[in-house]
Design a protein around this ligand. Structure first.
Ligand SMILES: Nc1nc2c(c(=O)[nH]1)N[C@H]1C(S)=C(S)[C@@H](COP(=O)(O)O)O[C@H]1N2
Ligand SMILES: [Mo]
Length: 517
Protein backbone atom coordinates (compact mmCIF):
# COMPACT_ATOMS: atom_id res chain seq x y z
CA UNK A 1 0.00 0.00 0.00
CA UNK A 2 1.28 3.40 -0.81
CA UNK A 3 1.49 6.10 1.78
CA UNK A 4 -0.38 8.56 -0.39
CA UNK A 5 -3.28 6.14 -0.72
CA UNK A 6 -3.21 5.50 3.01
CA UNK A 7 -3.33 9.26 3.55
CA UNK A 8 -6.37 9.39 1.31
CA UNK A 9 -8.05 6.69 3.39
CA UNK A 10 -7.24 8.67 6.53
CA UNK A 11 -8.79 11.76 4.98
CA UNK A 12 -12.01 9.92 4.09
CA UNK A 13 -12.15 8.40 7.58
CA UNK A 14 -11.73 11.85 9.13
CA UNK A 15 -14.50 13.27 6.94
CA UNK A 16 -16.78 10.38 7.93
CA UNK A 17 -16.08 11.11 11.59
CA UNK A 18 -16.87 14.80 11.00
CA UNK A 19 -20.25 14.02 9.44
CA UNK A 20 -21.15 11.35 11.98
CA UNK A 21 -20.26 13.43 15.02
CA UNK A 22 -21.96 16.52 13.58
CA UNK A 23 -25.08 14.46 12.91
CA UNK A 24 -25.07 13.11 16.44
CA UNK A 25 -24.62 16.57 17.97
CA UNK A 26 -27.40 17.90 15.73
CA UNK A 27 -29.80 15.24 16.90
CA UNK A 28 -28.68 15.56 20.53
CA UNK A 29 -29.35 19.29 20.51
CA UNK A 30 -32.84 18.71 19.16
CA UNK A 31 -32.11 20.37 15.86
CA UNK A 32 -32.85 19.01 12.40
CA UNK A 33 -30.32 20.80 10.32
CA UNK A 34 -26.81 19.40 10.58
CA UNK A 35 -24.03 20.70 8.34
CA UNK A 36 -24.81 18.25 5.53
CA UNK A 37 -28.42 19.34 5.32
CA UNK A 38 -27.44 23.00 5.79
CA UNK A 39 -24.98 22.85 2.89
CA UNK A 40 -27.58 21.01 0.84
CA UNK A 41 -30.07 23.74 1.68
CA UNK A 42 -27.69 26.43 0.50
CA UNK A 43 -27.20 24.51 -2.75
CA UNK A 44 -30.96 24.17 -3.20
CA UNK A 45 -31.68 27.84 -2.49
CA UNK A 46 -28.94 29.02 -4.82
CA UNK A 47 -29.42 26.57 -7.65
CA UNK A 48 -30.41 28.29 -10.83
CA UNK A 49 -33.86 27.25 -11.91
CA UNK A 50 -32.68 25.03 -14.82
CA UNK A 51 -30.55 23.03 -12.37
CA UNK A 52 -33.54 22.48 -10.13
CA UNK A 53 -35.65 21.43 -13.08
CA UNK A 54 -32.91 19.12 -14.26
CA UNK A 55 -32.76 17.56 -10.79
CA UNK A 56 -36.52 17.09 -10.70
CA UNK A 57 -36.69 15.66 -14.19
CA UNK A 58 -33.70 13.35 -13.66
CA UNK A 59 -34.21 12.17 -10.12
CA UNK A 60 -37.91 12.96 -9.74
CA UNK A 61 -39.01 12.75 -6.17
CA UNK A 62 -35.53 11.44 -5.23
CA UNK A 63 -33.87 14.73 -6.18
CA UNK A 64 -33.03 15.49 -2.54
CA UNK A 65 -31.43 12.14 -1.84
CA UNK A 66 -29.43 12.57 -5.03
CA UNK A 67 -28.22 15.97 -3.86
CA UNK A 68 -27.16 14.72 -0.42
CA UNK A 69 -25.40 11.71 -1.94
CA UNK A 70 -23.70 14.07 -4.39
CA UNK A 71 -22.45 16.29 -1.57
CA UNK A 72 -21.13 13.27 0.34
CA UNK A 73 -19.34 12.00 -2.78
CA UNK A 74 -17.73 15.39 -3.44
CA UNK A 75 -16.72 15.66 0.21
CA UNK A 76 -15.23 12.15 0.22
CA UNK A 77 -13.30 12.88 -2.97
CA UNK A 78 -11.92 16.14 -1.61
CA UNK A 79 -11.09 14.48 1.73
CA UNK A 80 -9.19 11.72 -0.07
CA UNK A 81 -7.14 14.25 -2.06
CA UNK A 82 -6.47 16.40 0.98
CA UNK A 83 -5.56 13.36 3.07
CA UNK A 84 -3.13 12.21 0.40
CA UNK A 85 -1.58 15.68 0.15
CA UNK A 86 -1.33 15.87 3.93
CA UNK A 87 1.06 12.92 4.05
CA UNK A 88 3.60 15.40 2.74
CA UNK A 89 2.30 18.61 4.23
CA UNK A 90 0.11 18.11 7.26
CA UNK A 91 -1.06 21.71 7.09
CA UNK A 92 -2.75 21.06 3.76
CA UNK A 93 -5.02 18.54 5.44
CA UNK A 94 -5.75 20.78 8.39
CA UNK A 95 -6.33 23.80 6.14
CA UNK A 96 -8.73 21.73 4.05
CA UNK A 97 -10.54 20.67 7.17
CA UNK A 98 -10.76 24.30 8.24
CA UNK A 99 -12.16 25.21 4.84
CA UNK A 100 -14.89 22.58 5.03
CA UNK A 101 -15.71 23.59 8.60
CA UNK A 102 -16.07 27.19 7.41
CA UNK A 103 -18.46 26.12 4.65
CA UNK A 104 -20.48 24.15 7.21
CA UNK A 105 -20.57 27.03 9.69
CA UNK A 106 -21.54 29.65 7.13
CA UNK A 107 -24.21 27.36 5.63
CA UNK A 108 -25.66 26.63 9.07
CA UNK A 109 -25.73 30.30 10.01
CA UNK A 110 -27.43 31.41 6.83
CA UNK A 111 -30.31 28.97 7.18
CA UNK A 112 -33.70 30.31 8.11
CA UNK A 113 -34.10 30.98 11.84
CA UNK A 114 -30.51 29.93 12.59
CA UNK A 115 -29.13 30.82 15.99
CA UNK A 116 -25.49 30.86 17.06
CA UNK A 117 -26.02 27.30 18.30
CA UNK A 118 -26.26 26.19 14.68
CA UNK A 119 -22.46 26.25 14.40
CA UNK A 120 -21.95 23.77 17.24
CA UNK A 121 -22.44 20.50 15.30
CA UNK A 122 -19.99 21.58 12.61
CA UNK A 123 -17.35 22.74 15.09
CA UNK A 124 -17.57 19.59 17.22
CA UNK A 125 -17.52 17.45 14.07
CA UNK A 126 -14.50 19.32 12.71
CA UNK A 127 -12.63 18.94 15.98
CA UNK A 128 -13.34 15.21 16.01
CA UNK A 129 -12.21 14.97 12.39
CA UNK A 130 -8.98 16.86 13.16
CA UNK A 131 -8.25 14.53 16.05
CA UNK A 132 -9.01 11.46 13.93
CA UNK A 133 -6.84 12.65 11.14
CA UNK A 134 -3.85 13.42 13.35
CA UNK A 135 -4.13 10.04 15.10
CA UNK A 136 -4.39 8.17 11.80
CA UNK A 137 -1.55 10.19 10.38
CA UNK A 138 0.63 9.24 13.36
CA UNK A 139 -0.24 5.59 12.90
CA UNK A 140 0.61 5.84 9.29
CA UNK A 141 3.94 7.46 9.99
CA UNK A 142 4.82 5.11 12.85
CA UNK A 143 3.99 2.04 10.86
CA UNK A 144 5.61 3.11 7.67
CA UNK A 145 9.20 1.84 7.85
CA UNK A 146 10.35 4.86 5.94
CA UNK A 147 9.22 7.00 8.80
CA UNK A 148 7.94 10.51 8.69
CA UNK A 149 5.85 11.70 5.84
CA UNK A 150 6.44 15.38 5.96
CA UNK A 151 9.97 15.75 4.64
CA UNK A 152 10.83 12.40 3.19
CA UNK A 153 11.35 12.35 -0.52
CA UNK A 154 8.57 11.21 -2.77
CA UNK A 155 10.38 8.10 -3.99
CA UNK A 156 10.26 6.70 -0.50
CA UNK A 157 6.55 7.26 -0.30
CA UNK A 158 5.88 5.44 -3.44
CA UNK A 159 7.38 2.29 -2.04
CA UNK A 160 5.00 -0.25 -0.65
CA UNK A 161 4.96 -0.39 3.11
CA UNK A 162 5.22 -3.69 4.91
CA UNK A 163 2.32 -6.11 5.18
CA UNK A 164 1.93 -5.84 8.93
CA UNK A 165 1.79 -2.06 8.98
CA UNK A 166 -0.75 -2.16 6.18
CA UNK A 167 -3.00 -4.28 8.34
CA UNK A 168 -2.43 -2.08 11.40
CA UNK A 169 -3.28 1.14 9.63
CA UNK A 170 -6.14 -0.29 7.61
CA UNK A 171 -7.55 -1.89 10.76
CA UNK A 172 -7.59 1.45 12.53
CA UNK A 173 -9.04 3.24 9.51
CA UNK A 174 -11.72 0.58 9.06
CA UNK A 175 -12.53 0.82 12.75
CA UNK A 176 -12.90 4.59 12.46
CA UNK A 177 -15.12 4.33 9.37
CA UNK A 178 -17.27 1.64 10.98
CA UNK A 179 -17.54 3.66 14.18
CA UNK A 180 -18.54 6.74 12.19
CA UNK A 181 -21.22 4.79 10.37
CA UNK A 182 -22.61 3.43 13.64
CA UNK A 183 -22.59 6.88 15.25
CA UNK A 184 -24.06 8.58 12.18
CA UNK A 185 -26.82 6.08 11.51
CA UNK A 186 -27.37 5.77 15.26
CA UNK A 187 -27.98 9.49 15.35
CA UNK A 188 -30.49 9.25 12.52
CA UNK A 189 -32.18 6.37 14.28
CA UNK A 190 -32.54 8.38 17.47
CA UNK A 191 -34.01 11.16 15.36
CA UNK A 192 -36.57 8.88 13.72
CA UNK A 193 -37.53 7.46 17.11
CA UNK A 194 -38.48 10.97 17.99
CA UNK A 195 -40.45 11.32 14.83
CA UNK A 196 -43.96 12.43 14.64
CA UNK A 197 -45.69 9.31 13.46
CA UNK A 198 -47.19 8.74 16.89
CA UNK A 199 -48.29 12.34 17.28
CA UNK A 200 -49.80 12.23 13.80
CA UNK A 201 -51.63 8.98 14.52
CA UNK A 202 -53.03 10.57 17.69
CA UNK A 203 -54.64 13.47 15.83
CA UNK A 204 -58.41 13.07 15.89
CA UNK A 205 -59.73 14.89 12.85
CA UNK A 206 -63.15 16.44 13.38
CA UNK A 207 -65.92 15.62 10.95
CA UNK A 208 -66.71 18.27 8.35
CA UNK A 209 -69.74 20.52 8.88
CA UNK A 210 -69.70 20.89 5.12
CA UNK A 211 -68.72 17.52 3.62
CA UNK A 212 -67.35 16.97 0.13
CA UNK A 213 -69.88 15.94 -2.48
CA UNK A 214 -69.96 12.23 -3.25
CA UNK A 215 -67.72 11.19 -6.14
CA UNK A 216 -69.99 10.14 -9.02
CA UNK A 217 -69.42 6.53 -10.05
CA UNK A 218 -68.74 7.75 -13.55
CA UNK A 219 -65.79 9.91 -12.46
CA UNK A 220 -63.38 7.02 -12.64
CA UNK A 221 -63.18 5.00 -15.85
CA UNK A 222 -60.83 2.51 -14.14
CA UNK A 223 -58.77 1.78 -17.20
CA UNK A 224 -55.31 0.26 -16.89
CA UNK A 225 -52.59 2.97 -17.02
CA UNK A 226 -55.14 5.76 -16.59
CA UNK A 227 -54.48 7.74 -13.38
CA UNK A 228 -57.37 7.12 -11.02
CA UNK A 229 -59.67 10.04 -10.30
CA UNK A 230 -58.50 10.07 -6.68
CA UNK A 231 -54.81 10.00 -5.89
CA UNK A 232 -53.86 8.04 -2.78
CA UNK A 233 -51.62 9.72 -0.23
CA UNK A 234 -48.75 7.33 -0.98
CA UNK A 235 -49.01 7.99 -4.73
CA UNK A 236 -49.31 11.75 -4.45
CA UNK A 237 -46.41 13.64 -6.02
CA UNK A 238 -44.14 15.47 -3.62
CA UNK A 239 -42.34 18.69 -4.47
CA UNK A 240 -40.60 20.98 -2.00
CA UNK A 241 -37.22 22.43 -1.16
CA UNK A 242 -36.96 20.63 2.19
CA UNK A 243 -33.95 18.28 2.41
CA UNK A 244 -35.30 16.69 5.54
CA UNK A 245 -39.05 16.61 6.04
CA UNK A 246 -39.75 19.29 8.65
CA UNK A 247 -40.98 17.75 11.89
CA UNK A 248 -43.65 20.00 13.30
CA UNK A 249 -45.33 18.89 16.49
CA UNK A 250 -49.06 19.57 16.50
CA UNK A 251 -49.00 20.46 20.22
CA UNK A 252 -46.50 23.27 19.66
CA UNK A 253 -47.74 24.32 16.21
CA UNK A 254 -48.90 27.90 15.89
CA UNK A 255 -50.05 30.04 13.03
CA UNK A 256 -49.43 33.75 13.25
CA UNK A 257 -51.58 35.98 11.06
CA UNK A 258 -50.03 39.41 10.89
CA UNK A 259 -48.66 42.15 8.66
CA UNK A 260 -51.04 44.65 7.14
CA UNK A 261 -54.05 43.65 9.24
CA UNK A 262 -56.01 45.45 11.92
CA UNK A 263 -56.12 42.47 14.30
CA UNK A 264 -53.03 40.29 14.18
CA UNK A 265 -53.51 37.03 16.06
CA UNK A 266 -52.08 33.60 16.66
CA UNK A 267 -53.98 30.34 16.55
CA UNK A 268 -52.86 26.92 17.77
CA UNK A 269 -53.73 23.45 16.52
CA UNK A 270 -56.53 22.84 19.04
CA UNK A 271 -58.10 26.21 18.10
CA UNK A 272 -57.90 25.33 14.43
CA UNK A 273 -59.47 21.90 14.93
CA UNK A 274 -62.32 23.42 16.93
CA UNK A 275 -63.40 25.54 13.96
CA UNK A 276 -66.05 24.34 11.52
CA UNK A 277 -64.35 22.20 8.90
CA UNK A 278 -65.02 22.02 5.21
CA UNK A 279 -64.12 19.06 3.02
CA UNK A 280 -63.39 19.42 -0.70
CA UNK A 281 -61.80 17.60 -3.61
CA UNK A 282 -59.03 19.74 -5.07
CA UNK A 283 -56.45 18.80 -7.70
CA UNK A 284 -52.99 20.20 -6.91
CA UNK A 285 -50.52 20.78 -9.72
CA UNK A 286 -46.89 21.79 -9.85
CA UNK A 287 -45.76 24.55 -12.18
CA UNK A 288 -42.70 22.44 -13.04
CA UNK A 289 -44.89 19.78 -14.60
CA UNK A 290 -43.95 19.18 -18.23
CA UNK A 291 -46.65 18.63 -20.81
CA UNK A 292 -47.69 15.01 -20.24
CA UNK A 293 -46.01 14.91 -16.82
CA UNK A 294 -47.16 13.50 -13.51
CA UNK A 295 -46.63 16.32 -11.00
CA UNK A 296 -50.36 16.50 -10.33
CA UNK A 297 -52.74 14.72 -7.99
CA UNK A 298 -56.30 14.88 -6.74
CA UNK A 299 -57.18 14.51 -3.06
CA UNK A 300 -59.98 15.16 -0.60
CA UNK A 301 -58.88 17.89 1.78
CA UNK A 302 -60.33 18.75 5.16
CA UNK A 303 -59.71 22.21 6.54
CA UNK A 304 -60.81 25.67 7.56
CA UNK A 305 -61.63 28.23 4.85
CA UNK A 306 -58.70 30.63 4.56
CA UNK A 307 -61.14 33.49 3.96
CA UNK A 308 -62.55 33.10 7.48
CA UNK A 309 -59.12 33.19 9.08
CA UNK A 310 -58.22 36.27 7.04
CA UNK A 311 -61.48 38.03 7.82
CA UNK A 312 -60.85 37.65 11.54
CA UNK A 313 -57.58 39.54 11.08
CA UNK A 314 -59.20 42.32 8.99
CA UNK A 315 -56.70 42.90 6.20
CA UNK A 316 -55.98 46.54 5.41
CA UNK A 317 -56.83 47.94 1.97
CA UNK A 318 -53.93 47.56 -0.43
CA UNK A 319 -52.66 44.36 1.17
CA UNK A 320 -53.00 42.49 -2.12
CA UNK A 321 -50.63 39.62 -1.29
CA UNK A 322 -50.90 36.92 1.35
CA UNK A 323 -47.48 35.48 2.08
CA UNK A 324 -47.51 32.03 3.65
CA UNK A 325 -44.34 31.01 5.43
CA UNK A 326 -43.37 27.47 6.37
CA UNK A 327 -41.34 26.44 9.41
CA UNK A 328 -38.32 25.98 7.16
CA UNK A 329 -38.54 29.55 5.89
CA UNK A 330 -40.00 28.72 2.47
CA UNK A 331 -42.58 31.26 1.34
CA UNK A 332 -45.28 31.61 -1.26
CA UNK A 333 -47.38 34.59 -2.22
CA UNK A 334 -51.08 34.29 -3.05
CA UNK A 335 -53.34 37.11 -4.23
CA UNK A 336 -55.60 38.20 -1.36
CA UNK A 337 -58.36 38.53 -3.95
CA UNK A 338 -58.11 34.84 -4.87
CA UNK A 339 -58.27 33.75 -1.24
CA UNK A 340 -61.40 35.80 -0.64
CA UNK A 341 -63.32 35.31 -3.90
CA UNK A 342 -65.44 32.49 -2.55
CA UNK A 343 -63.42 29.54 -3.83
CA UNK A 344 -62.58 26.71 -1.46
CA UNK A 345 -59.13 27.82 -0.36
CA UNK A 346 -58.43 25.79 2.77
CA UNK A 347 -56.01 25.67 5.61
CA UNK A 348 -55.98 21.90 5.46
CA UNK A 349 -55.36 19.38 8.24
CA UNK A 350 -56.70 16.27 6.49
CA UNK A 351 -55.87 14.53 3.22
CA UNK A 352 -58.09 11.69 2.02
CA UNK A 353 -59.48 11.14 5.50
CA UNK A 354 -56.16 11.12 7.31
CA UNK A 355 -54.08 13.75 9.04
CA UNK A 356 -51.71 15.25 6.46
CA UNK A 357 -48.79 12.92 5.77
CA UNK A 358 -45.54 14.40 7.12
CA UNK A 359 -44.20 14.99 3.61
CA UNK A 360 -47.41 16.71 2.54
CA UNK A 361 -47.21 19.34 5.25
CA UNK A 362 -48.23 17.88 8.62
CA UNK A 363 -49.84 19.31 10.64
CA UNK A 364 -51.24 22.15 8.50
CA UNK A 365 -50.92 23.31 4.90
CA UNK A 366 -52.72 25.56 2.48
CA UNK A 367 -54.64 24.31 -0.57
CA UNK A 368 -56.02 26.74 -3.15
CA UNK A 369 -58.03 25.53 -6.14
CA UNK A 370 -56.77 27.00 -9.41
CA UNK A 371 -53.25 28.12 -8.51
CA UNK A 372 -49.99 26.24 -8.96
CA UNK A 373 -48.52 24.88 -5.73
CA UNK A 374 -45.57 27.27 -5.58
CA UNK A 375 -47.88 30.28 -5.19
CA UNK A 376 -50.43 28.72 -2.88
CA UNK A 377 -49.93 25.28 -1.35
CA UNK A 378 -47.60 26.11 1.57
CA UNK A 379 -46.82 22.98 3.59
CA UNK A 380 -45.79 23.05 7.28
CA UNK A 381 -47.31 26.54 7.34
CA UNK A 382 -46.69 28.64 10.42
CA UNK A 383 -47.21 32.23 9.33
CA UNK A 384 -49.57 34.22 7.15
CA UNK A 385 -48.44 37.75 6.48
CA UNK A 386 -50.48 40.30 4.61
CA UNK A 387 -48.36 42.50 2.41
CA UNK A 388 -48.37 43.63 -1.21
CA UNK A 389 -46.87 42.22 -4.37
CA UNK A 390 -44.85 45.44 -4.64
CA UNK A 391 -43.31 44.95 -1.23
CA UNK A 392 -42.39 41.28 -1.14
CA UNK A 393 -41.21 38.53 -3.48
CA UNK A 394 -41.77 34.98 -2.22
CA UNK A 395 -39.22 32.14 -2.54
CA UNK A 396 -39.51 31.27 -6.24
CA UNK A 397 -40.01 34.79 -7.61
CA UNK A 398 -36.39 36.00 -7.46
CA UNK A 399 -35.49 32.60 -8.95
CA UNK A 400 -37.26 33.44 -12.16
CA UNK A 401 -40.84 32.31 -11.63
CA UNK A 402 -43.91 34.49 -12.01
CA UNK A 403 -45.43 36.30 -9.05
CA UNK A 404 -48.88 35.15 -10.08
CA UNK A 405 -49.57 31.73 -11.53
CA UNK A 406 -53.07 30.44 -12.21
CA UNK A 407 -53.04 26.84 -13.45
CA UNK A 408 -53.10 26.56 -17.23
CA UNK A 409 -55.53 24.32 -19.06
CA UNK A 410 -53.81 21.00 -19.75
CA UNK A 411 -54.65 17.54 -20.96
CA UNK A 412 -52.70 14.30 -20.93
CA UNK A 413 -52.92 10.99 -22.73
CA UNK A 414 -52.40 8.20 -20.19
CA UNK A 415 -53.20 5.27 -22.42
CA UNK A 416 -52.07 3.96 -24.84
CA UNK A 417 -48.46 5.06 -24.64
CA UNK A 418 -46.63 2.46 -26.77
CA UNK A 419 -48.01 -0.48 -28.73
CA UNK A 420 -51.54 -1.65 -29.31
CA UNK A 421 -53.01 -4.56 -31.24
CA UNK A 422 -54.94 -3.47 -34.34
CA UNK A 423 -58.63 -2.90 -33.69
CA UNK A 424 -60.63 -0.64 -31.39
CA UNK A 425 -58.44 1.08 -28.78
CA UNK A 426 -59.55 3.09 -25.78
CA UNK A 427 -57.56 6.31 -25.75
CA UNK A 428 -57.91 7.96 -22.34
CA UNK A 429 -56.37 10.46 -20.03
CA UNK A 430 -57.00 13.39 -17.74
CA UNK A 431 -57.58 17.09 -18.37
CA UNK A 432 -57.53 19.95 -15.92
CA UNK A 433 -58.28 23.65 -15.64
CA UNK A 434 -58.84 23.97 -11.92
CA UNK A 435 -61.54 26.37 -10.83
CA UNK A 436 -62.59 27.06 -14.40
CA UNK A 437 -63.47 23.49 -15.27
CA UNK A 438 -63.06 21.38 -18.41
CA UNK A 439 -65.77 21.63 -21.05
CA UNK A 440 -64.33 19.66 -23.89
CA UNK A 441 -61.46 17.35 -24.80
CA UNK A 442 -60.49 16.52 -28.37
CA UNK A 443 -58.14 13.95 -29.80
CA UNK A 444 -56.63 13.69 -33.23
CA UNK A 445 -54.63 11.04 -35.03
CA UNK A 446 -51.69 11.89 -37.29
CA UNK A 447 -52.68 15.54 -37.50
CA UNK A 448 -56.16 14.67 -38.83
CA UNK A 449 -59.43 16.28 -37.76
CA UNK A 450 -60.11 16.78 -34.06
CA UNK A 451 -62.47 14.19 -32.63
CA UNK A 452 -64.55 14.91 -29.56
CA UNK A 453 -63.66 12.72 -26.59
CA UNK A 454 -66.17 11.70 -23.97
CA UNK A 455 -65.79 13.43 -20.63
CA UNK A 456 -66.08 11.42 -17.43
CA UNK A 457 -68.08 12.91 -14.59
CA UNK A 458 -66.40 15.08 -12.00
CA UNK A 459 -67.06 16.40 -8.53
CA UNK A 460 -66.43 20.04 -9.36
CA UNK A 461 -64.49 22.45 -11.53
CA UNK A 462 -61.68 22.30 -8.95
CA UNK A 463 -60.55 18.82 -9.94
CA UNK A 464 -59.21 17.20 -13.02
CA UNK A 465 -61.46 15.17 -15.26
CA UNK A 466 -60.93 11.89 -17.06
CA UNK A 467 -61.79 11.56 -20.74
CA UNK A 468 -61.85 8.74 -23.28
CA UNK A 469 -62.11 8.27 -26.99
CA UNK A 470 -62.54 5.10 -28.97
CA UNK A 471 -60.01 4.83 -31.74
CA UNK A 472 -60.53 2.44 -34.62
CA UNK A 473 -56.87 1.59 -34.98
CA UNK A 474 -56.96 -0.35 -38.21
CA UNK A 475 -53.79 0.93 -39.91
CA UNK A 476 -50.69 -0.93 -38.67
CA UNK A 477 -47.58 1.13 -38.09
CA UNK A 478 -46.67 4.21 -36.09
CA UNK A 479 -49.27 6.87 -35.34
CA UNK A 480 -49.26 10.11 -33.44
CA UNK A 481 -52.06 10.88 -31.03
CA UNK A 482 -52.56 14.43 -29.76
CA UNK A 483 -54.97 15.84 -27.21
CA UNK A 484 -56.25 19.31 -26.39
CA UNK A 485 -58.77 20.59 -23.87
CA UNK A 486 -61.13 23.55 -23.73
CA UNK A 487 -61.93 25.11 -20.37
CA UNK A 488 -65.36 26.25 -19.27
CA UNK A 489 -64.61 29.83 -20.27
CA UNK A 490 -64.29 28.60 -23.87
CA UNK A 491 -60.51 28.97 -24.09
CA UNK A 492 -58.81 26.23 -26.07
CA UNK A 493 -55.55 24.92 -24.63
CA UNK A 494 -52.79 26.69 -26.58
CA UNK A 495 -50.69 24.60 -28.95
CA UNK A 496 -47.46 26.59 -28.62
CA UNK A 497 -44.91 24.48 -26.75
CA UNK A 498 -43.47 26.42 -23.86
CA UNK A 499 -41.33 25.23 -20.94
CA UNK A 500 -42.57 25.31 -17.32
CA UNK A 501 -40.72 28.53 -16.43
CA UNK A 502 -41.88 31.16 -15.65
CA UNK A 503 -45.57 30.32 -15.17
CA UNK A 504 -46.36 26.81 -16.42
CA UNK A 505 -45.79 24.75 -19.56
CA UNK A 506 -48.06 24.93 -22.57
CA UNK A 507 -48.49 22.76 -25.63
CA UNK A 508 -50.46 19.72 -26.68
CA UNK A 509 -49.51 16.34 -25.33
CA UNK A 510 -48.69 13.94 -28.13
CA UNK A 511 -47.75 10.27 -27.97
CA UNK A 512 -46.41 7.90 -30.62
CA UNK A 513 -48.18 4.59 -30.70
CA UNK A 514 -47.44 1.56 -32.82
CA UNK A 515 -50.42 -0.38 -34.09
CA UNK A 516 -49.38 -4.01 -34.55
CA UNK A 517 -50.39 -6.09 -37.54
N1 LIG B 1 -42.96 24.51 2.88
C1 LIG B 1 -43.06 24.28 1.55
N2 LIG B 1 -44.27 24.17 0.99
C2 LIG B 1 -44.40 23.94 -0.34
C3 LIG B 1 -43.25 23.82 -1.16
C4 LIG B 1 -41.98 23.94 -0.54
O1 LIG B 1 -40.92 23.86 -1.19
N3 LIG B 1 -41.92 24.16 0.81
N4 LIG B 1 -43.40 23.57 -2.50
C5 LIG B 1 -44.67 23.92 -3.13
C6 LIG B 1 -44.82 23.34 -4.46
S1 LIG B 1 -43.77 23.94 -5.66
C7 LIG B 1 -45.80 22.44 -4.76
S2 LIG B 1 -46.09 21.99 -6.36
C8 LIG B 1 -46.63 21.84 -3.69
C9 LIG B 1 -46.59 20.33 -3.76
O2 LIG B 1 -47.32 19.77 -2.72
P1 LIG B 1 -47.19 18.21 -2.44
O3 LIG B 1 -45.74 17.91 -2.21
O4 LIG B 1 -48.04 17.92 -1.25
O5 LIG B 1 -47.71 17.52 -3.68
O6 LIG B 1 -46.20 22.23 -2.41
C10 LIG B 1 -45.88 23.58 -2.28
N5 LIG B 1 -45.64 23.85 -0.88
MO1 LIG C 1 -44.44 23.11 -7.57
Amino acid sequence: MRVRAAGGVAGVAAAAVALAVAELVTVATGSETGPLVAVGGVVVDNSPEPATEFAISTFGVHDKTALLVGIVVVLAGAAALLGAAATRRLWIGLAGLGGFAAVGVVSALTRHDATAAAVVPTLVGAAAAGGTFVVLQRRLIMETPEGHADDTPTEVHDQPSSGSSRRGFLGTAAGVLGGAAVVGFGGRWVATQRDLSAARAAVALPGPVDPAPAVPVGADLRLPDLDSYLTGNDDFYRIDTALVVPRVRPDTWELRIHGRVRHPYTIDFADLLSRPMVERYVTLACVSNQVGGGLIGNARWLGVPVAELLAAAEPEPGADQVVSRAVDGWTCGTPTAVLTDGRDALLAVGMNGQPLPLEHGFPVRMVVPGLYGYVSACKWITEIELTSFDDYDAYWVPRGWAQQAPIKTQSRIDTPRRRVPAGPVMVAGVAWAQHRGIDRVEVRVDGGPWQEAELAETVSADTWRQWSWRWEATQPGEHELAVRATDATGQVQPSEPRPPAPDGATGWHTVRVVVED
